[in-house]
Ligand binder design. Structure first.
Ligand SMILES: [Zn+2]
Length: 164
């Protein structure tokens, strides 16, 4: 018995119907998405895309971290990415409370001091999005003909609102 039994059973069913073996790993729709880890976001579904269409990088807040930038550079040069969407969202946990508040919750959950944890909270979501989009656009390995947009995804309506 494993804590993963239900998921592995579901996977066997999935594999029985799986018909995409041998598929390549390029982004067929030429899209890369940087978005939050939030479980309310379906990055492919919200854009009308499917398996094989896009490169997706997720982290708390949907920030363009050094690792996200690495993914975008690889995507653009090696994996057919032509358009990049940076997509934070409404009611995001790391954009709606302070680092101190988040630390307090973690300390309570873990029953130990969390003061040493560095949490990347976002004070002004639109400003942070602007900085992230600028970071991508100005990167020397992101050519000018790659389109980069900044959007806020509304988890209550399913709509993307372009900000930049
Ligand atoms: Zn979030």
């Amino acid at each position: 018995m494993s804590a993963f039994d239900d998921l592995l059973a579901a996977n066997r069913t999935y594999a029985e119907e799986f018909g995409d073996g041998g598929f390549d790993g390029v982004a067929h729709a030429g899209v890369a998405i940087v978005t939050c880890m939030d479980s309310r976001i379906e990055p492919l579904g919200m854009l009308g895309l499917g398996l094989g269409d896009a490169k997706i990088f997720r982290n708390p807040g949907g920030r363009v971290t050094p690792q996200a930038m690495e993914a975008l550079v690889l995507g653009v040069h090696l994996l057919n990415v032509k358009r990049i969407l940076v997509v934070p969202h409404t009611r995001c946990a790391v954009a709606s409370q302070s680092e101190a508040e988040l630390r307090a919750k973690l300390a309570e959950s873990a029953g130990q001091d969390a003061s040493w944890l560095h949490l990347h909270v976002i004070e002004d979501q639109v400003r942070a999005l602007g900085e992230d989009v600028a970071k991508v656009r100005s990167h020397p390995f992101i050519p000018d003909d790659v389109e980069v947009g900044g959007f806020i995804y509304d988890v209550d309506t399913g709509l993307l609102n372009q900000k930049i």
